[in-house]
Design a protein. Sequence first.
Lengths: 341, 327
Amino acid sequence: MKRIALTSLDALLARIAETQALYVPVDAKGGARFEQWEAGKVLSDATNTARSAKDFFFPQTESLYDVKMTGKKLEIVDTREDGEDFVIFGARACDVRSFSILDSVFLADPVDTYYKSRRDRATVVSLACTKPEETCFCQAFGIDAAAPEGDVAAWKEEGYLYLKAQSEKGERLLEALSDLLEDADEKAVETQQMRTRWFLSALPLGKVSFEGMKQTDLMDHFKNEKWKSLSEACIGCGTCTFVCPTCQCYDVREFDDGKKVRKFRCWDSCMYSDFTLMAHGNSRNSQLERFRQRFMHKLVYHPNNHDGEFGCVGCGRCLQKCPIGMNIVKVEKALEAPHEE
Amino acid sequence: MQDRMIARAKELLADGTVDRVMGWKKGEFLYDATPAVFYSAEELDAGFVMNAFTAANVSKYLIKETKKEGKILAFLKPCDSFSFRQLMNEHRVDRDKVYIVGIPSWGKADMEKIRQKGITGITSIEEREGDFVVNTILRETHVIKKYDVYLEKCKNCKSKEIVVYDELLDGENGAAVTNSRFDEVAKLEAMTPDERFAFWQNELSRCIRCNACRNVCPACTCEKCVFDNPKSGLENKAAATSFEENMFHIIRAFHVAGRCTDCGECSRVCPQHIPLHLLNRKFIKDMNELYGDFQAGEAEQQRHPVTSYRTDDAEPGVIYTRGGTGK
């Protein structure tokens, strides 16, 4: 464990930014968001960013290739941007866990090389939470907000930033900063950790558990009559899917500017009526079916296919942002409640 | 008020006036109620809620509900009633299938504004007269003036009048309210074109195309939106260019011009806090100035200025000659 006085934080960030692009959460209109750091930008104290950190690896839109036509000749141009290495500084435990959930999809065979390129270039410095929101429930998924995953984990405590390397990448980063850091004892953050864990357990969602979902057969969940009342008010927007750090569906489309055709991909939402329309028509004609798909994917299909890991990290963004106040906790509670067969 | 609403709803269910009730269902917290339909007295007792956070406009749901058999009870706030009347004017709802109880509204709170005060770890929020009492896990108690955290649409409320109803919960109706809802528009009009362009570029650059503004909008009732229709040639799930990013919102604002009642739902639901209501208010302000005061949804069967023609209509050139500053 290393540490640096918070008064020297700018010097630390400046050093990182000398060799790599550095992104930190900063306060902005519309909520905290990740921005490229430069002198003068201040690390936000917000519990979390309005948008999730998945954008770094899975941006909302991404060019795949261009098709140019010269006379009768077609040319395919690779538009991939293999940019510089970068550091994400200050991601929270929930978002960092979302990276490994995205990995299980994008890095599975066949590997998504656009995604992998970004993953390979990134070093993740996570920041432990101290002030969880009432919408937080990461502990339900075995995530420890007080000891976040990441190449380097960081804690802010009593005027110091504590840093602990947790991977080879992390060790390399701290090594490059070693002249700015001093040795520290892990005990320094233990009180903070205990306090944060207690906060999370004592908050309104502290006892939420999704494990009970696994006791029921897939088809029983699918046929549950509760989906009707749960989905009734859903307006079919994509807010929950787009603020979600683990939602990973995308569409591939073309943009024709008259001179070339750009093939790009963009986030898609299973809540939309035109989801998967390109292949065979949307197989889910009602909002009930679309709504059910989103939650079945996160709470049943994903764990079934990935050693029991749920497709949710409890970041609480959907709880804060849904226009009609529906969310995954309400769904879980309704599905677990006794219902007629 | 919640108790009186539940009591009245039970009476109307019991005497057969209605067979179901449109309302708001209790959530995990004080602020996350969900619009819902209740079918029995037991359901009402278990979950019906009305508090300072039940802001969702339920009028749009009545399009779907009035296509069903039977009659539904709807509690409409003043702003919801303007939306409902506008939907009646557009023949999108069946008035005979709704029993409307008008309810007063003094304003609804925005949870985000409470968060923006830096309050985290909230264990409970209580309503006390004009205040919220917020308790946190850190054993702090914050007393917040409700007005300070009102939604934009409530801070600039246009009217407390309920424009369509079968009965009024309080027995008396409200009236139009003086407001400063065009002040922000005037500020934008006073900008140079470059400044204004930069303002909107910055705001709209945050758009994630979640379509929440469109889907919640009571004026957006097309069966199939052009932006969702692959055959339209306009369908896009994400903007390929910043031009497209701007066009989605501008086209939407044009499409609802003259029909937008300024209910403010678009800005309430935007997860990125884009002040979309300002686009709509610009159209409303222009219509007021060019064609005389007009409020969509206020009266029955009205033609709005954009779809009606009079020989003394202002010439489009007027907009340019006045230099974008009003009259």
